[in-house]
Every structure is written in C-alpha cells, then in structure tokens.
Ligand binder design. Structure first.
Ligand SMILES: Nc1ncnc2c1ncn2[C@@H]1O[C@H](COP(=O)(O)OP(=O)(O)OP(=O)(O)O)[C@@H](O)[C@H]1O
Length: 322
C-alpha cells in the first residue's frame, strides 16, 4: 500500500479531532477552493469511520460568471466522493454594504438553513492557519482590539448549528499539497488575488514581507496570538457577564455605582453587552459609542445622552443609566 502523503494525513487528523463528540449528520461547506476541497475529501474519509453521515453544501452566490457551473461541478465531485446529502444552495446577495460582507452574510445564512433542513448538527468550514494570520493582521490594523485579534473561533453556534473550523492549525500550503496528492483540482477564486480586497493584499504583499523580515514562524505566531487572545477574551467576557447581572436593575437600567469600581477592560465589556441587549446593532456599535457610555460612568459632568446605533438614546439620571 502506498504511504499516505503527510499533508493528507495532517488534514485528516485535524478533521478527526474536530468531529470528536459529534453524532448524526455533518456538512462540509465547500467552495471548490483548495482549503475546503481538502477538508471535504478528509471528511468523506474520516466521518464514516467515526460513525457519522457527512454531506456537502456549496453556495452559488451568483456573483461571478460560471458560478452555477462550478457549484454543479463541486456537487458532482462530492457525490463521487461518497458524500451525502449534497446540495447547491443558490443565494441572492443584497446590494447593501460591502459586497464581501453581504456575500458572507448570505452564505452563512444559507449554510445554517441547509444544516437545519437536513438535520445536521455541524457545518465544517475550511479556514486555515493562514486565513487566521490574515484576520489577526487585519484586526490589528483596524484597531479592533483583542476581540478582533482573537480571530475566527474554532466553534460558534448559530441557531443550534455548530460552525466548526477544523483546519485552523493546518497551513494553506498543506491543503494545496493534500489536494495535489489526492489528484483533486481546486478552483482558484480570482477574488483571492484581487488587490481591490484588503485580505488579498495582506495575503500577497504583507505576509510575504513579514515572513522575509521576521522569519518563517510569523504565520504560526500570528495564529497562536489569536488563540491566546481568544482564551483571554472568553475569560473577560465571562467576568463581564457576571458583572452585568450584578449592575442591572429589574427595569433594565444600569447601576453606575456597581460599574465604577470595575477594571476598564470589564466595565467597557459590560457597557458593550448592555448596549447590545438594549437593541444597539452590534455591527454598528463602535469603540466611540462605548467610550461615550463609559464617560457617563467615569467622567460624569452632567453631559447629555449618548445616541447608540439604531437611534437609542442612553442618559444618566442620578446613579442610573437608562
Ligand atoms: N461558495 C461557497 N460555498 C460553500 N462554502 C463556502 C463558499 N465560499 C466559502 N465557503 C466556506 O468558507 C470558507 C472560507 O472561505 P473563504 O473564501 O473566506 O476562504 P478561502 O481560503 O478562499 O477558502 P477555500 O480555499 O476553501 O475557498 C471555505 O473554506 C468554505 O468552507
């Protein structure tokens, strides 16, 4: 028997690890790109041996010429690889906001809907260690704080479906090599190399320069930074949740005296969580809004209300924020 190529083994090991503890049906989200194709091939091998049913969903965003044909090709490959059920989900991408973000929102919605319809407990995504390193750099450059630099989580639950990223410790080079070793021909998304996108510029320009200047460990170290920050952020979030419980009055108002003595990192998280709870749209809630809320607590001089996204005014009355 021919020896198993190390990149194929690496992807399978990562998948085996991620599937532990799951049962029933799982789905791979596959674009046809090297990362998700290597993932799908590994899942097709590992899942049946772990007593799981594994299917595949490919999303046709309808944004590029030939996208429907590509989705059909991915689906027929999946059937030939033994994955079942296999679905092409066609989505309509809204014209609002950035096209990348709109496509992503539509894609995740379609993936979760497919999982719910097909009774799957999890959807597996092909993000790699390189994607994670790019996410950390982009978050650092945007000033999005530890939460952003914590990168993409290994697991996130949406409407009862686990979104899993088994390949966060696997490099993009390994997924490409795994595809080559298995005789698979991945699709190269032209967007990935389009300098109009910040992520593509990080991928093609920034990371190669950093690697040359600082050494080959940079990608690994950025991904590890994400992991370390994720564990810190999770601990702080837990503390902030408890602090919010302690500061919230039965009518929903916040008691300033309970907030004043909290460390900055906890207090700002409490205010962020409270603003979301009261209906502020998370995507539009910025550091500026949280800093203005914080000033109502820590720099009180009788200032007027803070207006949160969605037209929500927050004012201080005595020792309460409402
Ligand atoms: N059209 C799609 N249909 C289904 N899943 C998708 C689609 N596009 C992306 N995904 C999922 O999201 C993951 C990340 O996609 P993204 O395009 O951000 O990264 P990528 O590195 O280009 O991934 P890939 O090489 O797998 O296309 C993919 O690995 C895949 O699991």
């Amino acid at each position: 028997m021919a020896a198993l190529a190390p990149p194929v083994a690496a992807v399978r090991t990562a998948v085996r690890h991620a599937l532990r503890g799951l049962d029933g049906t799982v789905l791979v989200a596959c674009s046809g790109g090297a990362d998700s194709l290597a993932l799908a091939a590994a899942v097709a091998f590992v899942a049946p041996r772990a007593g799981l049913v594994a299917g595949l969903v490919t999303v046709d965003h309808g944004l590029q010429a030939g996208s429907a044909e590509r989705a059909t090709a991915v689906a027929s490959w999946a059937v030939s690889a033994g994955l079942t059920p296999v679905e092409v989900a066609t989505v309509v991408v809204s014209g609002e906001g950035s096209p990348e973000a709109a496509a992503r929102d539509a894609r995740y919605e379609a993936l979760v809907a497919a999982a719910t319809r097909l009774g799957a407990s999890a959807v597996l995504l092909g993000h790699t260690r390189d994607d994670q390193a790019e996410t950390v750099l982009l978050a650092l450059a945007r000033g999005s704080g530890p939460r952003g630099m914590a990168g993409m989580p290994r697991r996130r639950d949406v409407d009862g479906v686990a979104l899993l990223r088994p390949l966060l410790d696997v490099s993009r080079e390994e997924t490409r090599k795994a595809c080559a070793a298995l005789g698979l021909s991945p699709w190269d998304d032209p967007h990935n190399a389009d300098p109009a996108y910040a992520r593509a510029r990080v991928r093609s320009t920034v990371l190669p320069v950093l690697t040359e200047a600082l050494g080959a460990g940079v990608v690994d170290n950025l991904a590890r930074t994400a992991h370390l920050l994720a564990t810190d952020a999770a601990a702080l979030d837990e503390i902030a949740t408890a602090a919010l419980e302690g500061a919230r009055r039965p009518d929903g108002a916040l008691d300033v005296t309970a907030l004043e003595r909290l460390p900055d990192a906890v207090r700002t998280r409490v205010l962020h969580a409270w603003a979301r709870e009261r209906g502020a749209r998370p995507a539009a809630l910025s550091h500026r809004h949280v800093a203005a809320l914080d000033a109502l607590v820590t720099a009180w001089r009788g200032q007027g209300p803070v207006h949160l996204p969605g037209g929500l005014p927050v004012a201080r009355r005595g020792t309460l924020l409402r």
